[in-house]
Design a protein around this ligand. Structure first.
Ligand code: FNR
Length: 378
């Protein structure tokens, strides 16, 4: 309400409150390589666009005289109470947009009590992120190394650093075909960005010591080869259970049969996601798969959603279609680029304020009330 009251009171905010415009503003401050890496999608960008268009095919139908003056955004996800159904999606290599990188993001998230999902591809180590994370929930995202000892070591570090939820990303066993980055010759990892987690890991480092002459590029390629490939399949999930005693979430689910399989495997949650359209160009919009998946498995595990969330109305629509919470990616990264910790905080607070007001003006007192009946399909 502070941003709302000061804006309507005549004070211009430091950053735009229109999260759909952030990308254009961030483009002015970022170098072309990093900007394209963040903003870009796979191939022609069809799936990135489809993610946004899918939201436009649903419309809210506001109700009147419902006494929605006070709203409740809090919700329980994976056994933890969150102040709002919003999670910061795992985003690696944040040092390419701001020197404070994941530390700034973690501080902003902690200040609002929202979980930041720390990426395996972070430019900051697990322990350094944990040190600035505050008492709130911490989630860790895994790119799954095929070396069991390296994997076990990273998971043990995350647990020791207080991370409770493990998010295992399944859709990026190889980077997608991303023409912007290919044309720019830009891959942040080859400069050592986004390798802090393995490079600070004693077991991964011991693998390098067997070849002491390896230079940075070779070491990075070693790491990339460990997280590439699909030999980790459904039968390998028990390995993660043995090495993680908290909730496990599979990220990148799009097909209802995979959602059922995840439920059968006993995982605690899934993220219906197409990685923000960065992996399979021409893939279905993530929101289009959400209702069927939520109906099929929503009573067996927590269904989370990402890819394309930009406004409070988008959050309301995803929750109405069955998500317990949404993850937001690019918008907070643009906030980080524009203003470090303050920029991330501004983006999150703007989204939460927009969500709160949209919920109330639509006639709903709490996020728990939302179901498909609050929407019409255009
Ligand atoms: C990502 N994403 C991602 N996902 C993941 O599981 N591990 C990672 O390291 C990254 N890294 C990453 C970097 C950048 C620059 C972006 C934009 C995205 C995907 C991310 O978690 C999420 O699925 C999407 O960003 C969601 O879509 P929106 O909100 O960006 O439209």
């Amino acid at each position: 309400s502070e941003i709302y009251l000061s804006g309507y009171g005549g004070t211009t905010p430091a950053f735009t409150t229109d999260l759909t415009r952030l990308e254009a503003v961030a483009e002015r401050v970022l170098e072309p390589g990093p900007f394209a890496y963040v903003a870009g999608g796979a191939g022609s960008g069809a799936t990135s666009r489809a993610n946004r268009e899918a939201f436009d095919r649903w419309a809210l139908v506001p109700r009147m005289l419902t006494d929605a003056t006070e709203r409740e955004l809090a919700t329980t996800v994976l056994g933890e109470t969150l102040p709002a159904p919003v999670v910061l999606a795992p985003v690696g290599v944040q040092s390419i947009v701001h020197p404070e990188a994941e530390r700034a993001t973690a501080k902003a998230a902690a200040g609002l009590g929202l979980p930041m999902v720390m990426s395996t591809a972070s430019s900051t180590s697990i322990e350094d992120v944990a040190a600035v994370s505050g008492p709130g929930p911490r989630w860790f995202q895994l790119y799954w190394p095929n070396d069991p000892d390296v994997c076990g070591s990273i998971l043990a570090r995350a647990r020791a650093a207080g991370f409770s939820v493990l998010v295992v990303t399944l859709d990026t066993w190889s980077l997608g075909w991303r023409p912007c980055d290919l044309d720019n010759g830009y891959l942040p990892f080859l400069k050592g960005e986004g390798t802090a987690v393995p490079f600070t890991d004693p077991v991964f480092r011991s693998r390098l010591e067997s070849a002491p002459d390896e230079d940075l590029a070779m070491a990075v390629l070693r790491w990339i080869s460990m997280i590439t490939g699909t030999d980790r399949d459904w039968d390998a999930l028990p390995f993660l259970r043995e090495h993680w005693d908290g909730p496990i979430v599979l990220k990148g689910i799009q097909h209802v049969d995979d959602a059922r399989r995840a439920a059968d495997a006993g995982v605690d949650g899934i993220v219906v996601s197409n990685h923000g359209g960065r992996q399979v160009d021409g893939a279905v919009a993530s929101l289009d798969m959400l209702p069927e998946i939520a109906t099929a498995v929503g009573d067996r595990l927590d269904v989370l959603f990402d890819s394309g969330v930009r406004t409070g109305a988008d959050v309301v629509k995803a929750l109405a279609l069955g998500a317990k919470a949404v993850l937001v990616g690019r918008p907070y990264v643009y906030g980080l680029a524009l203003g470090g910790e303050d920029g991330v905080r501004h983006v999150l607070r703007s989204l939460l304020a927009d969500l709160d007001l949209t919920l109330g003006l639509s006639g709903h007192r709490s996020v728990a009330e939302l179901g498909p009946e609050v929407l019409v399909r255009r």
